[in-house]
Ligand binder design. Structure first.
Ligand code: ATP
Length: 432
């Protein structure tokens, strides 16, 4: 019998096909049974009429438990009242495996219980929807960058030094070479690759050893770092805005079912696609925050509450650009018009999304870069290969990093980032 993915049901109406999947729910009146079946691509209700099937098939209905795996053969029918909803009129059932009593039921479970059972929790409808939104976000990132002439190059995960400082790094023993550190960003490496391919990006897990216990921090998360030759600060911001718009647009186009499952009102996302993002300089942001009642002082980093305050009444994400160089890393280019300013930006999402992107133009002058490395007390020998890049055809260049889970959290509207990656790693969790 021809196999069908549930998501393709519309193309198989009135045809007899087989669906392979798992039972997520069952109701039976004794004469007719309704099986809720999922196959990964979607959900479908299978209707079994006792008088229309063999004794063996009706016996299978009785035997099936939640999460049992099975193959159902039947005819696809369009739902009489609901558009784009299909059912399966069952002809026969083959049981593949009868599941033991499943620990996750429809009743409320605490977050700890669900996290301990993450390997099973992933199957629930909401988690399924979030996994699919994650896939759309990742695909959209890849798409947009290729449209903009970037190619994927990827960076190492074992690194000998850090982008910023070693306190936020996980150290691992590395044979006879001492300690290696798990990468917290591949940026420095893709800066090298742009002189080969012009525009490139890496996409992979990065690691932060900071003890941030918040709804927005993981210790292992997926980041896409993009880097482009001949791109300066303003154009860099334009690329970031274009990327975020492309991601949001893709989610709106491709995730209707997922948003429905998550009961996510997508009205705010529509404005994001249509309107220009707001741009504040750091100085403007500080003045605005102080007016709004924040006790932040000039020269300080913005806290979570500040980010929330700045975006609370905004229907588009907000860029905060041109930060004091004193609180930013050595590789950011100093503003030629103001030596106290770094040409950089953070992008804050709306709806409590927090910081989504961090970006900057990079210092391309050998002497200026070396001076910043020394000022920051970093070992210039460790960065020799990086400063080398400024010796052979240095060009103005810029880049940025976007956190995938932050974006998924915003798109799906879930409260906690731990649901936005299949197996989250946080300060307090490394299992399963
Ligand atoms: P934050 O101030 O929110 O801790 P950051 O300034 O350390 O973030 P960057 O170093 O600029 O962030 O990293 C680039 C992007 O990676 C961020 O804009 C965010 O989307 C994401 N990100 C950073 N840290 C984390 C984390 N611990 N967990 C998940 N995503 C993160």
């Amino acid at each position: 019998m021809k196999h069908m993915f549930i998501s393709d049901a519309h193309a198989h109406v009135e045809k007899e096909i087989t669906v392979k999947g798992w039972l997520s729910n069952k109701r039976s009146s004794g004469k007719i049974a309704f099986l809720e079946l999922r196959d990964g691509s979607g959900f479908i209700q299978a209707v079994v009429v006792k008088s229309a099937v063999s004794e063996e098939t009706w016996g299978a209905v009785d035997a099936l438990t939640q999460e049992s795996s099975l193959a159902i053969t039947g005819t696809v029918s369009a739902h009489p009242k609901k558009e784009d909803v299909f059912e399966l009129q069952v002809v026969s059932i083959d049981i593949i495996h009868i599941a033991e009593e499943y620990p996750i039921s429809n009743k409320e479970h605490g977050p700890d219980f669900l996290m301990n059972n993450r390997h099973l929790w992933l199957r629930s409808k909401k988690q399924w929807a979030i996994l699919r939104i994650r896939d759309v976000v990742e695909t959209a990132i890849n798409e947009y960058l290729h449209i903009e002439h970037f190619i994927r190059t990827d960076s190492p995960i074992f690194t000998p030094n850090s982008c910023e400082n070693t306190t936020d790094l996980f150290a691992v023993p590395y044979f006879d070479l001492g300690e290696a550190f798990l990468s917290q960003s591949g940026q420095l490496y893709i800066e090298a690759a742009i002189s080969s391919v012009g525009r490139c990006y890496d996409f992979g897990p990065v690691f932060r050893a900071e003890k941030s216990v918040t709804k927005r921090h993981l210790t292992e998360f997926w980041m896409m770092d993009a880097e482009a030759a001949f791109v300066e600060h303003d154009e860099n911001i334009g690329l970031q805005e274009g990327l975020v718009k492309h991601i949001v647009k893709s989610c709106l186009e491709k995730c209707t079912k997922e948003f429905e499952i998550l009961e996510r009102d997508t009205t705010p996302l529509k404005a994001v696609v249509e309107k220009s993002f707001t741009r504040y300089t750091y100085k403007e942001a500080i003045v605005k925050l102080q007016e709004l009642g924040s006790d932040i002082k000039d020269g300080e980093d913005l806290g979570n509450d500040d980010e929330g305050m700045l975006t609370k009444d905004s229907d588009v994400p907000v860029f905060i650009e041109k930060w004091p160089s004193a609180i930013k890393p050595f590789y950011m280019k100093i503003d030629p018009d103001d030596s106290a300013i770094a040409l950089c930006d953070d992008l804050i999402g709306i709806e409590g999304a927090g910081e989504i992107i961090g970006g900057s133009q990079r210092e391309d002058d050998f002497d200026a870069l070396l001076e910043r490395i020394k000022e920051d007390g970093l070992d210039e020998k460790e960065y020799e290969w990086y400063t080398d890049l400024r010796k052979y055809g240095a060009v103005p260049h810029s880049g940025f990093g976007i956190g995938v889970e932050r974006m998924v959290r915003w798109m799906s509207g879930v409260a906690h980032i731990r649901e936005c990656i299949p197996f989250p790693r946080t300060v307090n969790r490394i299992k399963p």
